[in-house]
Design a protein around this ligand. Structure first.
Ligand SMILES: *[C@@H]1O[C@H](CO)[C@@H](O)[C@H](O)[C@H]1NC(C)=O
Ligand SMILES: *[C@@H]1O[C@H](CO)[C@@H](O)[C@H](O)[C@H]1NC(C)=O
Ligand SMILES: *[C@@H]1O[C@H](CO)[C@@H](O)[C@H](O)[C@H]1NC(C)=O
Length: 379
């Protein structure tokens, strides 16, 4: 493939707060128009734009809930394989960078109509950071999902690379001009562990292993030529209706969240940020932007009105119990064919994933971080 536009990424830590306002208010922003020529993303259902559907189709398995309305109702007005009423954070990122929504990587080779030079999405709903044989053998966690791990996603990327670029130097140039979005990943490893009653000490032992998976993947991609990474941390899992339903208990009175679970997310984020700092020191020429999902979304629970939210810990598409969540009823499968009247006043779409409204705030915060670190100078 040819890389038509090019830009230099300069590492400059400028105060560009006004740029954020520009993005939010006008939709025009300096990251668009050739700053990054492509985006490649990895992760789980928070980022999947069709891989689980493609995998289910190829294996003649039951289609995932994301294949059915009301998923997609707000923005696309049809199901688009996203577990959301509309756009995901990765969709808002693509829009801000002026590139099309990312296509699913699975089967992309065979879909001649797909133009994937501008990016591909390797995220698979249900993916874990660690592989399922390790989770089962070493921790006793049964992965009830697809069994796809982060290593599988990275391998798919390496398999597809020859379709994206033709020589080692061509690939390096492609990756140099690409934004790599690493996750979030690990959320399912922890969620399975908590839901399956694994003790806290064992679950905490998973954290450095998960962080190491992310870190090794960054090192590998740097070898291949990537220079700009966006690495999301864990969101506050103690505010998530699914885990709140599972662990009904003494919630924090001001946020409605479970503090002990949120502390776990913070523990993960602390180790992840330490590791990212190590990587920055080890590779002084690369940009690693930490996407602070935790602090950004905590603001929804502390001051919901500021963001237009009325319900923070209740699912919009769900039923039953104080959090409108029941793990045996997934949004999209009967009987959950309807959802709340106004999804934009809810933080949680289906009890596990955010609404488009929440994703939009999250994406804006992430883009603001990206702009602080990365400046593009066309030449
Ligand atoms: C699973 O992960 C472990 C630890 O990261 C690794 O040693 C093992 O080779 C992996 N197994 C498979 C089948 O990928
Ligand atoms: C994010 O939240 C944590 C925990 O509340 C806090 O320790 C940290 O200072 C916050 N970071 C930022 C950048 O706001
Ligand atoms: C959850 O849904 C299942 C299946 O529809 C139902 O049998 C069960 O009673 C529900 N549980 C709760 C707590 O509402």
């Amino acid at each position: 493939m040819a890389i038509s536009s090019s830009c230099w990424l300069l590492k400059q830590r400028l105060v560009v707060g006004f740029l954020f306002v520009v993005v939010v208010e006008t939709g025009i922003n300096p990251l668009a128009n050739g700053c990054f020529t492509s985006v490649f993303s990895f992760g789980d259902s928070l980022t999947d734009t069709g891989n689980l559907l493609e995998i289910s189709l190829s294996e003649s398995k039951k289609l995932p809930p994301s294949a059915f309305l009301p998923n997609g109702r707000t923005f696309f007005h049809r199901p688009t394989w996203r577990r959301c009423d509309g756009r995901l954070v990765i969709d808002f990122i693509a829009e801000a960078l002026g590139i099309p929504f990312l296509q699913a990587s699975f089967g992309a080779k065979n879909r001649k109509s797909v133009k994937f030079e501008k990016g591909l999405n390797f995220a698979v709903a249900g993916a874990t950071a660690l592989n399922s044989s390790f989770l089962k053998g070493n921790i006793g966690i049964h992965d009830r999902n697809t069994g796809v791990s982060f290593a599988d996603e990275l391998n798919s990327f390496k398999d597809l690379l020859p379709y994206l670029c033709s020589s080692s130097s061509d690939c390096k140039l492609l990756l140099r001009n690409s934004l790599i979005v690493m996750g979030e990943i690990g959320g399912n490893d922890y969620k399975h562990a908590f839901e399956q009653g694994i003790n806290m000490e064992k679950i905490r032992h998973l954290v450095p292993l998960v962080v190491d998976i992310v870190s090794s993947a960054i090192n590998e991609l740097v070898e291949l030529g990537a220079v700009t990474f966006l690495v999301p941390g864990s969101f506050p899992i103690g505010c998530s209706p699914d885990l709140l339903t599972n662990f009904q208990g003494s919630n924090n009175p001001s946020t409605g969240c479970l503090t002990w679970l949120n502390q776990f997310s913070q523990h993960h984020n602390g180790l992840l940020q330490k590791e990212l700092e190590k990587l920055r020191n080890h590779h002084p020429d690369i940009n690693i932007v930490y996407a602070d999902y935790y602090n950004t979304t905590m603001r929804f629970y502390h001051s919901p009105k500021q963001f237009g939210f009325k319900e923070t810990v209740k699912a919009c598409c769900g039923s039953g119990g104080p959090y409108s969540y029941n793990s045996s009823r997934s949004c999209g499968y009967p009987p959950l064919k309807t959802s709340c009247n106004n999804p934009s006043s809810y933080v949680s779409w289906d009890g596990i994933h955010y609404t488009e409204a929440a994703n939009k705030w999250l994406a804006n915060a992430v883009l603001q971080e990206l702009m602080k670190t990365v400046t593009c100078v066309p030449h």
